[in-house]
Design a protein around this ligand. Structure first.
Ligand SMILES: [Zn+2]
Length: 163
């Protein structure tokens, strides 16, 4: 069929209005295939849907609104503390400062239990160096083994002297 300039213009207009090819053909009294073929030759853009919701008739065809990539809603505030008074973090509740630690009582190692300490005098009485032997005394004796021997020797000597 022959397309006149008026027909082509009307085809463009109807096409831009979003009518289906069948509707355009019906309005232009041409076959649907003729509309499709002519539209293809004219390079009319394919329409995603015959139903146009935007713009009045005859307006310049606009692209459908591009979908915004990514979230369009504001981020949820779930990560933030809800309105109101938030509980104090546990770290802020400080324990009372520890009082001055009492002086460490140094554990004195107990001396080995001795039944009796040797009381053998060492040094001259009345001087700084005077002390007692303090060694472990023999059982039942007031002196250690070494001093007991001396003591009894002396006692024996004394006895011998006294004898
Ligand atoms: Zn002793």
């Amino acid at each position: 069929m022959d397309w006149t300039e008026d027909m082509i213009a009307r085809l463009r207009a109807l096409w831009l209005e979003g009518h289906s090819t069948a509707e355009i053909g019906r309005r232009m009294a041409v076959s649907k295939n003729a509309v499709v073929g002519k539209a293809h030759r004219l390079g009319l853009a394919a329409r995603p849907s015959p139903i146009r919701r935007d713009g009045p008739a005859g307006s310049t065809r606009t692209l459908p609104p591009r979908r915004t990539l990514g979230p369009t809603l504001p981020p949820l505030a779930c990560a933030h503390a809800p309105a109101g008074e938030a509980p104090l973090p546990a770290a802020s509740v400080q324990a009372p400062a520890p009082q001055t630690a009492p002086p460490v009582v140094r554990a004195v190692a107990p001396r080995p239990s001795r039944s009796v300490a040797c009381c053998w005098p060492i040094g001259e009485p009345g001087t700084k160096s005077f002390r007692f032997c303090d060694e472990e005394a023999l059982p039942g004796k007031p002196y250690c083994a070494a001093h007991a021997q001396l003591a009894y020797v002396k006692v024996r000597d004394r006895r011998e002297e006294a004898a």
